[in-house]
Design a protein around this ligand. Structure first.
Ligand code: S3P
Length: 443
């Protein structure tokens, strides 16, 4: 694993095309949840396709630190010896969650109702991200969690075993992390916990809980859970992450003469906003061999080059493509005409401020990109080369690497070590498909 202090710089030779097929990294959201639910289940859960990248491994390590035996058998195969709903043990040190907001937010709910206290910490980026969105509703359930005054981590959680109670909570923002946090807390709360979302967000928690035999009722935009359930171990096949596939959906769209087949990609309808947006822009994406694997829809995606056109991105698609905007902004920069994004202020509190950092990077490449409070306005056209600051954000780094396919000069991207948080094979897969990417490491 790359150490925290290793600096990685990507150098992209401009031009080229993408051809061939790939199975990209396992889905990050499902990988986290497989460890969490597998650990709390009775029996042995076998996971295949697990994302062996820093974020999901941070979750895995946290559960090992709470006494769960988890075997990593290689090649995405993980065996979890579940300890049952009440079987976690107090960790002897703070749980370090690296760059992973999903780990911290979901764990805060799951740990609020345990019979022990614990501390959750993270890296520099995670330590700046807003946690009040989870600690405030959790406090309404009776949780006791201390944050910094600014509402950031470390989170000091005082376990409230048997003292949590269900709430009926309407989220102020469309966030799967907040919804999942509260549903996990609801497994340890008296009465019913109901979460209402203002717009549909990824539903992997609900699907996987049901897969483990723990009933979550879903009605319209509400999900409800109570403590009267048990999780029973099961086998989980994690499909490829559409958020990782997205880099090649855009890469093969913008690079002339490209033709790429992406195998076994999760196409849960709460995640496919990127396909809808790219199709509205004129992309050629075929969804092939649709099937269902372990309660989640999966397909192979074929994408060939096309001349994209600028659009006004429909706001209802924003939460369904929330992690894909860095690469969608690159698509917009290569499109004819103007692309506008609104209603996406959540992008400002991701691993970096993805509106500002992408606008700055695009401007460095000579693109007319204007950040707005809740989105961006991009005039498509030509892209030059330059040196890009990724601000340690994995998806910014990978997005600008793909931009190299259409830039008219080389691109250097700084601070790329965090690509290992979600997609350690990015470099190898991108190079195999045809991107000329070299990387330079220094301690
Ligand atoms: C995630 C939810 C999303 C997403 C994140 C993963 C999840 O965050 O951006 O990468 O696994 O639940 P929000 O729920 O904050 O939108």
């Amino acid at each position: 694993m790359t150490t925290m202090t290793t600096k990685i710089t990507f150098h992209i030779q401009n031009g080229g095309q993408l051809n061939g097929q790939a199975r990209v990294a396992g889905d990050k959201s499902m990988s986290h949840r497989s460890i969490m639910l597998g650990s709390l289940a009775r029996g042995v859960t076998h996971v295949t396709g697990f994302l062996e990248a820093e974020d999901a491994l941070a979750t895995l390590q946290a559960f090992r630190d709470m006494g769960v035996v988890i075997e990593q058998l290689g090649d995405g195969c993980v065996t979890i010896h579940g300890v049952g709903k009440s079987g976690l043990k107090a960790p002897t040190k703070p749980l370090y969650l690296g760059n992973s907001g999903t780990s911290m937010r979901l764990l805060s709910g799951l740990l609020a109702g345990q019979d022990f206290d614990c501390v959750l910490t993270g890296d520099e980026s995670l330590s700046k991200r807003p946690m009040k969105r989870v600690t405030e509703p959790l406090a309404k359930m009776g949780a006791v969690i201390k944050t910094s005054e600014a509402g950031t981590s470390p989170l000091y959680i005082i376990g409230q075993a048997s003292k949590l109670h269900g709430i009926d909570y309407t989220m102020p923002m469309a966030s799967a992390q907040v919804k999942s946090c509260l549903l996990l807390a609801g497994m340890f709360a008296q009465g019913e916990t109901t979460v209402t979302e203002p717009a549909p967000t990824r539903d992997h928690t609900e699907r996987m809980l049901n897969g483990f035999g723990y009933h979550v009722s879903q009605q319209g935009n509400q999900a409800s859970i109570n403590a009267n359930g048990q999780l029973t171990a099961c086998d989980i096949d994690v499909p490829s992450d559409i958020s990782s596939a997205a880099f090649f959906l855009v890469g093969a769209s913008i690079a002339p003469n490209s033709n790429v087949l992406l195998k076994h990609v999760g196409i849960n309808p709460t995640r496919t906003g990127v396909i809808d947006i790219l199709r509205l822009m004129g992309a050629n994406i075929e969804i092939l061999n649709e099937r269902e694997v372990g309660g989640e829809p999966v397909a192979d995606l074929r994408v060939t080059s096309s001349q994209l056109k600028g659009i006004a991105i429909p706001e209802h698609l924003v939460p369904l493509a929330i992690d894909e905007f860095p690469i969608l902004f690159i698509a917009a920069a290569c499109a004819t005409g103007e692309t506008t994004l609104t209603g996406a202020e959540e992008l400002r509190v991701k691993e970096s401020d993805r509106i500002q950092v992408m606008a700055d990077g695009l401007q460095t490449l000579g693109v007319n990109a204007k950040a707005t409070p809740d989105g961006m306005i991009i005039q498509g056209g030509s892209m030059g080369g330059g040196v890009i600051e990724s601000h340690g954000d994995h998806r910014i780094a990978m997005a600008f690497a793909i931009a190299g396919l259409r830039a008219n000069a080389p691109i250097t991207i700084l601070d790329c070590a965090n690509v290992n948080t979600s997609f350690p094979q990015f470099k190898a897969i991108a190079a195999n498909l045809g991107l000329t990417l070299t990387s330079q490491e220094e301690a």
